[in-house]
Structures are given as C-alpha cells and as structure tokens.
Design a protein around this ligand. Structure first.
Ligand code: TZP
Ligand code: MG
Length: 210
C-alpha cells in the first residue's frame, strides 16, 4: 500500500518570491511540517521546469517528503519525482498511470463527482478539489461548494484535499467535510515566515478534526 499523507500539501509558485527565496521557501515548508509538496510552475520552458524540479527535489528528499510535479509526466519521470498532478485538460490519469508506473503518486484536479469517480477509476491516488475560496493564484470562474467537496469525499475511497484561497483563519467551513488535508500556495509562499505559516496552517487543520 502506498503511504500518502496529504494533511498539509504545499504547492509552489516561484513567481511570488524573489528567485533566491524559492528553495529556502520550499525548505521552510519542509521544516514547518508539509507532508506533500507540489512543484507548480506555469510559463516555464521545459529546461527551466526540469532544473527547478531537480533543485526542489534535492531539498524535499532531505526531508523525506514526496515531490509531485504539476502537469508534466515527462518532467516528473526525468527528475525521478515521486509523482505527478494532472488537471482536466492535462494528460488523462489513465495514461499518466501507465507512464509513471504503479508505485508513483498520481493526483488529479476534479470539481464534480463524475470527474472524481473517473479519476479514481483511472488510478488517481488523491484528488484536489476547489477552488473553495477566490484566489489570485489561478484563474477560477466558478467556486466549488463545500457540499460538492463533501459529495466527492463520499464518492471515492482516496484522499481528497480542498484547495483555493485557504488560510489558517478561514478553514472552519471544512470542518466535518471528511477531507484528508488542505492544499495551499499563497498562505505559505507569500508568508513572511513560511515555516511558521506551514506549521500554523497544519495545526489549524488538525485542530478542526479534533
Ligand atoms: N487549483 C484550484 S485553486 C488553486 C489551484 C491550483 C490555487 C490555490 O492557490 P492559493 O494561493 O492557495 O489560493
Ligand atoms: Mg494542470
């Protein structure tokens, strides 16, 4: 059985910090208790994406935290990442699974129960569901309701994480939803102290479920 802890899933956005703060921010998230980390970089050349991924992987490996590559199975395979994350317009989960093999982690973005069932049936290990709140990190036209999130949790036996505009002060709405964890970009990337922000967000989520 694959060991997968999605309690605090930190997702990167290197454009939100000066270049020399990127790897220190990844490391801070590791120290603060991130259980899974995704490299999510848009508008990068393949070479740049690979270089950034390899550098981030050196950090996450030291902390034994799996690194997931957003969108790109080729980059994930090339750097030996622990997994890949695909959205509804990326490579289908089924093909990603064939290419990545049984042991790698595959995550998918889903916004509806049918999408969630399809991703699960095709071999996804976890789902990201959102955006729950408005966010400046991604263009989101329609928010996902907590009722939909709950319906997805009920529909599939894999980890389901909420995403989108989440921070330590607004996750109360997720209480009782049955999610396995939360995903965050800005709440950590843009924090003055990303290690503390990671720890506080994780604690806030764990406290919800006490
Ligand atoms: N998918 C849905 S919302 C989102 C993604 C990748 C961005 C979440 O970023 P933030 O900064 O935590 O709102
Ligand atoms: Mg994608």
């Amino acid at each position: 059985m694959k060991k997968l802890d999605t309690t605090l899933y930190f997702i990167t956005d290197s454009t939100s910090v000066p270049a020399d703060r990127f790897l220190p921010t990844v490391e801070a998230a590791c120290k603060g208790g991130a259980t899974l980390i995704q490299l999510r970089e848009k508008n990068r050349s393949t070479r740049e994406y690979m270089e950034l991924a390899a550098a981030a992987h050196e950090v996450t490996k030291r902390y034994n935290i799996p690194l997931i590559i957003d969108d790109r199975v080729d980059v994930a395979l090339a750097i030996g990442a622990e997994g890949v994350h695909v959205g509804q317009t990326d490579m289908p989960v089924k093909i990603a699974r064939q290419l990545m093999g049984a042991d790698k982690i595959i995550g998918a973005t889903t916004k509806t129960v049918p999408q969630a069932l399809e991703a699960y049936e095709q071999g996804a290990d976890y789902l990201g569901v959102g955006a729950i709140y408005p966010t400046t990190t991604k263009v989101v036209t329609i928010l996902t309701s907590v009722d939909t999130l709950k319906a997805i949790v009920k529909a599939v036996p894999i980890n389901v994480n909420a995403i989108g505009g989440l921070n330590k002060d607004n996750i109360d709405v997720l209480k009782g939803s049955g999610i396995s964890g939360i995903c965050a970009v800005s709440a950590i990337m843009k924090a003055a102290d990303p290690e503390k922000a990671t720890r506080e967000l994780k604690d806030a989520f764990l406290n919800l479920n006490k």
